[in-house]
Design a protein around this ligand. Structure first.
Ligand SMILES: Cc1cc2nc3c(=O)[nH]c(=O)nc-3n(C[C@H](O)[C@H](O)[C@H](O)COP(=O)(O)O)c2cc1C
Length: 356
């Protein structure tokens, strides 16, 4: 598919993207002490813009100083110093003709109490993960079921972080509702056993996401983007289908489509995998029920897979390929033979070794 749409422009809200390629959000655990990423990690993002990606995501930025953090040395965006550190990075990305998006998350039951000053783990329900935390080698702690106070407080963390991103000049903000973290764990009956208005029906389980989106949208001007990432898989208990059926997934996507967001980012383990026992992919199931732009991610490694993924989505995001190959966008354009990297190869992202 040489003449596919990969290198054609795409309009999203007021932004004219030069192509359909984005750098997926990637946590780098490179922000000791002050929650500001190392300079080489910030430079890495600018280099991906120089190579031609139209969208550059930050790593997932944690939304508070109490219970949101899941990994050591994560970044935050709530102090003036943190905001000032991101400003030149955002500007440099924009000067390369790309847009800069800040992704933010609360780790929920995957948080790690030792790295959270309040030492607390919170989740919709007091239900723990089945597997151990690979970073500590110990079981994940039993979370506290969130009270209404906790819910209101956590939403303020999302809002404050979004305000930080707006102040830093980001073109858009993404709410991380995927991968088993807090928002995703409200959406899924695997982790949400609440009997109040935040649990039970799909609509009730969606309520927390709705409240986060509504609160964040108030501080994200209409001319900037507000995006939402969602997945059917979590980074712990990875094999579990977090939505029970195609119907439940599509009902959730429909609810999302009624929200004041500009696109839905669907994170998959493999973009071409068939979902929920159907012969359809996650992108196809999503496209069936929404008119919003769709971003798709998961094992998009070369020109053929990128073109193929765009049959059912508007934008492709790459993580490992773009992480490990600074020339990925140009190599794709040239139609080079490119490898599909294993997760293990991405481990370098978390080391002190600067990536080219
Ligand atoms: C080093 C690394 C860090 C990641 N951190 C995040 C993150 O902060 N937020 C997020 O939504 N996904 C994160 N992911 C998942 C990727 O965005 C992507 O969904 C996944 O790697 C599949 O895409 P790929 O096959 O192109 O690698 C991370 C992946 C890698 C390899």
């Amino acid at each position: 598919m040489k003449n596919g749409i990969l290198f054609s422009p795409f309009k999203i809200n007021g932004f004219n993207l030069k192509n359909r390629i984005g750098v997926a959000p990637m946590t780098r655990m490179s922000s000791p002490g002050d929650s500001i990423p190392r300079q080489d990690v910030l430079d890495f993002l600018v280099r991906r813009a120089q190579n031609g990606a139209a969208i550059i995501y930050t790593e997932a930025i944690v939304t508070d100083y109490e219970s949101a953090q899941g990994y050591p040395k994560q970044a935050r965006l709530v102090t003036q110093r943190q905001i000032d550190a991101w400003k030149p990075v955002v500007k440099a990305i924009q000067q390369e003709g790309a847009i800069a998006i800040m992704q933010m998350f609360h780790c929920g039951r995957m948080a790690w109490p030792e790295v959270n000053p309040a030492g607390r783990v919170i989740a919709p329900s007091a239900v723990t993960l089945k597997q151990d935390n690979p970073m500590t080698g110990s079981p994940y702690p039993l979370p506290d079921a969130m009270t209404q106070f906790d819910i209101d407080h956590v939403i303020k963390g999302f809002v404050e972080t979004a305000r930080g991103a707006v102040e830093a000049g980001f073109d858009g903000i993404e709410i991380h509702g995927a991968h088993g973290y807090l928002i995703n764990s409200f959406l899924s009956s695997y982790s949400n056993r609440r009997t109040d208005s935040y649990g039970g029906s799909v609509g009730n389980r969606f309520r927390f996401a709705h409240e986060v989106i509504a609160a964040v949208r108030k501080v994200v001007p209409r001319e900037r983007l507000l995006l939402f990432r969602i997945s059917n898989w979590g980074v712990a208990d990875m094999k579990v289908s977090l939505f029970e059926s195609k119907a439940e997934w599509q009902q959730t996507i429909k609810l999302l489509s009624d929200e004041p967001i500009d696109a839905i980012s669907v994170s998959t383990y493999g973009y071409s995998d068939k979902a929920f026992g159907t012969d359809q992919t996650m992108a196809q199931l999503t496209r069936e029920v929404t008119d919003l732009p769709i971003m798709i991610c998961g094992k998009i490694s070369d020109r053929a897979s990128a073109d193929d993924a765009l049959k059912d989505a508007d934008i492709v995001l790459s993580a490992k390929s773009i992480l490990l190959n600074p020339n990925w966008v140009e190599d794709i354009r040239a139609g080079k033979d490119l490898p599909l990297y294993e997760s293990k190869a991405a481990g370098v992202a978390y080391t002190d070794t600067p990536l080219p």
